[in-house]
Design a protein around this ligand. Structure first.
Ligand SMILES: C[S@@+](CC[C@H](N)C(=O)[O-])C[C@H]1O[C@@H](n2cnc3c(N)ncnc32)[C@H](O)[C@@H]1O
Length: 216
């Protein structure tokens, strides 16, 4: 059974997409996409030999044909696959940004789910003209995961969206607010600048939550 994060990623794939699941690990997502005919073609890759062996075993057990690649990012991915969609999920923002340095120019759709440093991700993707077209934040095993569909279709951003993203998940924003309020309680009085920065973030988060609430 596919977990919620991978199911949510699958919901962002179109039938005519030619997609690679990079950092596929077990290849559960690629298998799900292929088995349910959710994409025109599906490929999978991973940097780890063990992960790829496991992926190939799972693909075989499902009687499917999915071409897999042992590859650090795009390094061993042939250019003639005609990919238009790349999924990178379950790794950190630094790894994602480093993989995207080799992104072939014809790819116009990315589905990204980072494990950390979301603000850096939002800002760098915008700088590189990939626009946050749809963002869904899910909660799994008590952790929140933003899942972002990036395209080359321009989308407006603000200081707040480049910091906190564009999802409509109020529970997530309230969680971030509570976390900041907790941190503030433990900052010593003399650390004025740190206190000031956190208070500013709390004000911004409250503003964002108010805006999102009014949207409904
Ligand atoms: C936690 S798993 C993620 C599995 C799946 N994508 C998910 O989101 O559930 C992380 C995988 O990323 C792979 N990985 C890490 N760096 C990578 C890179 N530069 N290129 C390809 N795969 C990478 C690891 O080998 C590992 O299998």
């Amino acid at each position: 059974m596919l977990n919620l994060k991978l199911k949510t990623i699958a919901s962002l794939i179109n039938k005519d997409d030619i997609v690679i699941d990079m950092a596929c690990d077990h290849a559960y997502l690629a298998i799900y996409l292929k088995k349910n005919n959710l994409a025109k073609e599906v490929y999978a890759s991973d940097i780890s030999k063990n992960a790829l062996m496991n992926a190939n075993k799972n693909i075989k057990e499902n009687n499917l044909h999915i071409k897999t690649y042992l590859s650090d990012g795009f390094k061993n991915i042939p250019l003639n696959l005609n990919l238009n969609t790349v999924i990178i999920a379950g790794v950190g923002t630094t790894t994602i940004l480093s993989i995207l340095k080799d992104l072939p120019a014809n790819i116009n759709k990315l589905i990204i789910s980072s494990n950390n440093d979301y603000e850096l991700l939002y800002q760098e993707m915008f700088k590189h003209k990939f626009y946050n077209t749809k963002e869904i934040v899910i909660k799994e095993n008590n952790k929140y995961y933003p899942i972002i569909l990036y395209t080359k279709d321009y989308q407006k951003e603000t200081k707040l969206t480049l910091k906190y993203g564009k999802s409509n998940n109020l529970e997530y924003y309230n969680y971030l607010l509570t976390k900041k309020q907790e941190i503030l309680k433990h900052i010593p009085h003399h650390k004025l600048l740190t206190k000031y920065k956190i208070i500013k973030e709390i004000i911004n988060l409250k503003k964002l939550i108010k805006e999102k609430t009014l949207d409904y």
